[in-house]
Structure formats: C-alpha cells, structure tokens
Design a protein around this ligand. Structure first.
Ligand code: RB5
Length: 150
C-alpha cells in the first residue's frame, strides 16, 4: 500500500552525533530516490545534545512544512521523547521492518526514530523505505489515534 505522505514537501531529517553516520547514509538514500529532504543536522561526529536537533525536525512536521520526519540517536529514546512533546507529532521508534510498518498502519506515525547503536547496517534504509511506502489503515486505528492528544 502506498503512503499518503505529501511527496511535494521535504522530509525533515536530523540526528545527534551517535546517529550522524546513519543520517548521512540516509541522505544519500533519499537523494538516490529523488526524494526532497531538509537536513537539520548535526553535521559531524562531535558530541551534541539530541533535543537541539529533534525539536527543529518535530517543529517542521508540526507546522506542516515537512511531509514527515526521520530522527536518529543512539537509542532513539531521546529523540522520540523530545519529538513527541510537539502537537500533532507521532514519533515511533523503529528497530525492524515489521514494527516500522505497524507504526504507519496502526499508529499513523509521522516521525521515524532510529536507534543507531542497536541496528545493523542497511536496516535504516529498509525501515525508511517501508515508512515512506506504507499507508495508515484508518478505521479502528483512527479512533485510537484520535484519542492520543491531551
Ligand atoms: C548519546 O550518547 C546518547 O545518549 C543519545 O544518542 C541517545 O541514545 C539518547 O537517548
């Protein structure tokens, strides 16, 4: 099933130092697929604080300036917790193909958070591909997603 993401808008992508190498790989992946993206940093392996990158990515999704977001840190917990403070953001941690697919189908996740220190090379690309190309199922899942905000 094809996703309903607006492909005319950029994908917002960001990481801390632990996710930097994966972010650069994913940027090459998005470029090869001809998908527009906006890189919110970080731009090196130097130690940084993940909220400084998770907030701008989440804000781009919250404001509708990005179709969806990709965030990478060591565990994915820090970026996911930070991103989920933003209204309308549903940031899900993906560490495998099926859980990533279900994050779209059941939770209508709009930010994929990747744990760089707990996945194998190549997994991040596969998960992003699944995230982009999987649609929200709606129905009973929509009823549940509509109850998330507080
Ligand atoms: C950085 O060492 C690490 O704490 C960070 O990448 C992330 O795992 C935090 O949740």
């Amino acid at each position: 099933m094809e996703s309903t993401f607006d492909k005319s808008k950029p994908i917002a992508i960001g990481s801390d130092h632990a996710g930097y190498d994966y972010k650069e790989d994913l940027i090459s992946f998005l470029e090869a697929k001809g998908l527009p993206f906006k890189d919110f940093g970080t731009h090196s392996n130097d130690s940084v604080d993940y909220p400084d990158f998770a907030h701008p990515v989440a804000k781009a999704v919250e404001d509708g300036d990005a179709s969806f977001g990709i965030l990478i840190c060591g565990t994915a917990n820090g970026v996911a917790i930070t991103a989920n403070k933003h209204k309308g953001v549903r940031a899900a941690i993906g560490w495998g193909e099926e859980i990533t697919q279900l994050a779209r189908e059941h939770n209508n996740a709009n930010i994929l958070c990747i744990p760089a220190r707990f996945i194998r090379e190549g997994d991040a690309e596969k998960m992003v591909d699944i995230f982009i190309n999987t649609a929200f199922e709606g129905g009973r899942h929509e009823t549940r997603v509509n109850k998330m905000s507080c």
